[in-house]
Write a protein that binds this ligand. Structure first.
Ligand SMILES: Nc1ncnc2c1ncn2[C@@H]1O[C@H](COP(=O)(O)OP(=O)(O)OP(=O)(O)O)[C@@H](O)[C@H]1O
Length: 256
């Protein structure tokens, strides 16, 4: 466990974040925190605002109002320092399929200015850690979908972030690979004291998180433990609690 952030200290703080697209209020005064060593599931049906929130958290867009801080660095005033402390796996796969896994990671490390004496052993260790050493010399196109996502996870961890953002990162994976990725991230969180925000519309992925934040129509509808969510809705399962809370709207994508 690294010692630069106390366990339980906030690594992400969003305060009253709002974003509008024309007439659509995509986010409406969203406040949330992620602490070091904690995996938080951001659960919401299609159109809830998850992607919009991630775009603000990664500095791609600026909120209309409110603030985003990563380890105390304000995303608007000090984006370089804020971004230096976070890693992200985006919803859309973004690997060069022709590059070998090793070359892709080395390129990324160089791009981010990591000294090679540091980055090379770190890449080796992470490849080993995620069981990717046997495929390190292969071009990404020869890897399974699950392994490609793991390479993206390794890439996101190369600069030793304190906050990891996973934006519906299991899209397109089979159930076993999805479950494995969740476990890998949970372990990485424990080993490195990472704060993780895991956006998903799949309730089974949220079940493994320490805390669940339900986003619906741009607002935070619930923030707490999965068991407390079930209790608040007098529902037997997280799935039924989520459906009740979000209006029980028929939505295929929320069903795991
Ligand atoms: N660039 C845009 N222009 C106009 N409206 C947008 C834009 N991006 C998102 N929206 C709208 O903002 C709302 C939130 O969308 P967002 O993509 O953030 O939701 P989401 O929770 O990520 O959904 P999904 O699970 O389908 O990816 C939706 O009503 C969407 O139609």
């Amino acid at each position: 466990m690294r010692s630069d952030v106390d366990a339980g200290a906030p690594v992400l703080a969003c305060r009253e974040v709002s974003k509008r697209y024309g007439r659509t209020q995509a986010l409406d005064a969203v406040s949330l925190q992620v602490r070091a060593g904690e995996m938080v599931a951001l659960l919401g049906p299609n159109g809830a605002g998850k992607t919009t929130l991630f775009q603000l958290l990664t500095g791609l867009f600026v909120a209309d109002s409110g603030s985003v801080e990563v380890l105390g660095a304000d995303m608007r005033r000090d984006p370089v320092r804020a971004l230096a402390r976070l890693g992200v796996v985006f919803q859309q796969p973004a690997l060069d399929l022709n590059l070998s896994v090793g070359a892709s990671l080395r390129f990324h490390a160089d791009l981010h200015g990591l000294p090679r004496a540091q980055s090379r052993p770190r890449i080796e260790a992470l490849l080993e850690r995620f069981g990717l050493t046997p495929v390190a010399a292969k071009p990404a196109r020869e890897l399974s979908g699950g392994n490609r996502r793991k390479v993206e996870l390794v890439r996101a961890l190369l600069h030793e972030p304190r906050l990891l953002l996973m934006d519906e990162a299991t899209v397109g994976l089979d159930p076993a690979s999805r479950a494995q990725l969740v476990e890998e991230v949970l372990q990485a969180r424990a080993e490195h004291g990472l704060g993780v925000l895991w956006a998903t519309h799949l309730v089974d992925e949220a079940e493994r998180a320490q805390r669940v934040i339900v986003l619906h129509k741009g607002k935070v509808r619930f923030d707490g433990a999965a068991a407390a969510l079930c209790e608040s809705q007098a529902a037997p399962t997280l799935q039924s609690a989520f459906l009740q809370l979000t209006g029980g709207e028929k939505n295929e994508k929320v069903v795991a």
